[in-house]
Ligand binder design. Sequence first.
Ligand SMILES: C[S@@+](CC[C@H](N)C(=O)[O-])C[C@H]1O[C@@H](n2cnc3c(N)ncnc32)[C@H](O)[C@@H]1O
Length: 211
Amino acid sequence: MTTRETHHGDIPQDESELEEFVRDKLEQYYRDGKPPWDTDVAPPELTALVAGDAALLPGRALDLGCGTGTNSVYLARNGWEVTGVDLIDRAIDQARRKADAADLSIRFQPGDVTRLDSLDVSGPFDLFFDLSCYCGIPTHRRDAYAEGLTHRAAAGARLLMFGYGPGVFDDGYTGVTAAELTSRFGGWELVDVTPGTNPFPTNWFTLRRDG
Ligand SMILES: C[S@@+](CC[C@H](N)C(=O)[O-])C[C@H]1O[C@@H](n2cnc3c(N)ncnc32)[C@H](O)[C@@H]1O
């Protein structure tokens, strides 16, 4: 295995080994208990879009890297028909339990958001929500992510994404910029970039599908 030494240990350079490495790391977080990002609270950037003064009309939403389902549950409670996808089975199991406890019908599917064609996730969707998933996907899988969403987007669909800036993690792949999204998401317009409130570089991005 070819590796590069970083603060986060040895990062594989081979693409499939890197995907396996990322999956193992994520699995470890869920095996160890409650992951640090699992706040049980929907962020204000999402609540503004769903219930604010200029809220979208409820439609179909896809929660990418849904984790234990906090935001999927929030969307479903507000009238959206929701599908949530996460790579880690343990996260999906917890998400299903949350939805059951809230008596909400949400489709949670284990799987890779960069391989939506291999899952039962058909569009069109009016809203895509991604809280820190895309920014941690190895770069060689990101075009496939963009294509998967583009094929499943209703005309005028929104993508609301939160991501870490490049360099926050010294692993060579985590991070996302406005320039990257503009170049990868053909047929979408980047309509807003709002810095996050974290003490390190983060952004909320809003993209809108043409049409
Ligand atoms: C930082 S966590 C955020 C989880 C959730 N969005 C939340 O806010 O609680 C990122 C999530 O994306 C998932 N993920 C990462 N890469 C993925 C992929 N390629 N396909 C599906 N899920 C992925 C992880 O398993 C993890 O649950």
